[in-house]
Unconditional design. Structure first.
Length: 530
């Protein structure tokens, strides 16, 4: 291939052990104007490949093989020379836009810094380049003086893209660029990347575990597992007629639907009536006080025993605020939440028995835990919230039973959280939620950060636990495929209000509200390639 990125026999060794490449090494090619999707589970070597090409491997890692960009051998360059390549010839988009940006710098300065450091531009010229880059990514109405926390998740990711393409690089590496975004923000960001690749003729290496995303984005696919490429080819061919068993397993996992137990809908377990929650927005005005942002605008809902209720909507729609209200973690301005008849209102604290009955599983399976403590202490944490919690041997047995319920070994109680994969960490989070034998679990984006096969296993686990322990779920997610797979009913939320609700299949198949139709239209679909 003339031009673009060519990788031949790339391998990475750490402490004498080959962690990328296998016996033959990794070989890939990304042509100008082409999008190559690099697919695989967590730990398969996708990000390691990108780091090796960019020469950003951790200390002690040794890369061998060849990686040429427009004929220039990157592996032969000194670190000083590579600093001139990164940012100018190779742009990178990272997964989490908030942690990729400096919270203390205005967005314009951050984009301009790329032009100054990597392009050698003077301050005034860098400012012009930054403004032009922000305009290109659709942030023309956003002042360059804004800080990252003043933007939405989708807008922050656009700033990250502006930094990556400010100098019109030859290669764009996008590492899980939409995992943290809702479906409409994801669709806009993907359209933006596709347009920029076409306009600038740059090659794009898109790293993701989401097959539905690459089905709509990528020209070609490379499937990776255990540090090796096992299948490559045009996207339609790989997804429509996969050759390797691992590729077939990924496709099956991406379309997997767990067998939810047949359960009669019981009495109301959780309900909210007229929930209102607002926050100060912006500085205090000279007259009239401060403006208010209304996160919940009189929301009401019911969740029955034995029911799985989905809650979907864009970032900022109020989904997580409603979930925290059910958990008793939001101070409501008005309205009341009842859990099994016990009231949680603006001035009512959650009683110990109620706190025992409702638990939570959060999005980030690593950030949910204190890495200093062993799993036994992490899983037993909810016992601190309830009186009469077991002690000593009884507590150890409770921890072991909870770990066993999620398919982990009793010996895992003595390990630290960094010793587990992402899917295993989320199982530990579910075990922690089970430790008090709750009746309701609030799952806030509980599977959005794990790969397709881990997600399928966790959904199967949730279905099995629902039948075994009679659990009810409030499942908050922006992934409509997951919501369709795991919930009985769904509520669609926009700007602090429920705009549509009903049986999941009916709402997602025959949506009545324009906003619901827009969400469904924006969601990527793997079936389009078959």
């Amino acid at each position: 291939m003339s031009g673009g990125l060519v990788i031949e026999g790339l391998a990475v060794t750490i402490a004498g052990r080959r962690v990328l490449g296998g016996p033959e090494g990794v070989s890939l090619a990304v042509g100008p104007g082409e999008i190559l999707g690099l697919i695989g589970e967590s730990g398969s070597g996708k990000s390691m490949t990108a780091l090796a090409v960019s020469r950003l491997l951790p200390r002690g890692a040794v890369a061998t093989g060849a990686a040429r960009l427009d004929g220039r051998e990157l592996m032969a360059l000194s670190e000083r020379e590579m600093c001139g390549v990164r940012g100018r010839d190779i742009g990178m988009i990272f997964q989490e836009p908030m942690t990729a940006l400096n919270p203390l710098m205005p967005i314009g300065d951050q984009v301009a810094e790329t032009a100054r450091v990597h392009g050698g531009a003077w301050r005034a010229e860098a400012g012009r380049l930054a403004r032009a880059a922000l305009d290109r990514v659709g942030l023309g109405e956003i002042p360059a003086s804004r800080f990252p926390h003043e933007l939405s998740g989708g807008q922050r990711q656009r700033v990250g893209i502006a930094m990556a393409i400010a100098l019109r690089p030859k290669l764009l590496i996008a590492d899980e660029p939409t995992t943290a975004l809702d479906v409409t923000s994801q669709a806009r960001v993907l359209d933006l990347i596709r347009r920029l690749v076409r306009e600038d003729g740059m090659g794009c290496l898109m790293i993701t575990h989401d097959l539905a995303v690459v089905a709509e984005m990528a020209d070609r696919l490379a499937i990776m597992t255990e540090g090796r490429i096992v299948e490559t080819g045009p996207t339609a061919s790989v997804l429509g007629a996969p050759i390797h068993s691992y590729t077939r397993a990924l496709i099956e996992a991406a379309t997997h639907r767990p067998a939810m137990p047949e359960r009669a809908r019981g009495a109301v377990l959780a309900e909210g009536k007229g929930l209102v929650r607002d926050h100060p927005a912006g500085p205090r005005r000279l007259l009239g006080g401060r403006a208010r942002f209304h996160a919940l605008k009189g929301v009401s809902f019911e969740l029955a025993e034995g029911e799985s209720l989905g809650l979907v909507g864009e970032s900022g729609s109020g989904k997580s605020t409603l979930g925290r209200a059910v958990l008793g973690l939001e101070r409501l301005r008005s309205g009341v939440v009842r859990i099994d008849g016990a009231e949680i209102g603006p001035h009512a604290r959650m009683a110990p028995e109620t706190r025992r009955a409702v638990q939570a599983v959060f999005q980030d399976p690593y950030g949910s835990f204190d890495p200093r403590h062993r799993v036994a202490r992490l899983v037993a944490e909810p016992f601190h919230l309830v009186p009469g919690a077991p002690k000593g041997a009884a507590r150890r047995r409770a921890v072991e039973e909870a770990l066993g319920a999620v398919g982990l070994a009793a010996s895992d109680a003595g390990k630290y959280i960094h010793e587990f994969s992402g899917g295993q960490r989320q199982r530990i989070a579910i075990a922690r939620a089970l430790i008090t034998r709750p009746r309701l679990i609030v799952l806030d984006e509980a599977v959005s950060a794990v790969d397709a096969r881990a997600r399928a296993r966790i959904l199967d686990l949730l279905a099995e636990l629902a039948g075994r322990f009679g659990l009810s779920y409030l499942f908050i997610s922006h992934d409509l495929t997951v919501v369709r797979a795991i919930t009985d009913r769904v509520m669609v939320m926009k700007a602090g209000e429920i705009v549509e609700r009903g049986p999941t299949e009916a709402v997602l198949t025959r949506p009545a509200h324009p906003y619901t139709r827009a969400l469904i239209a924006a969601a990527p679909r793997l079936e389009t390639t078959r």
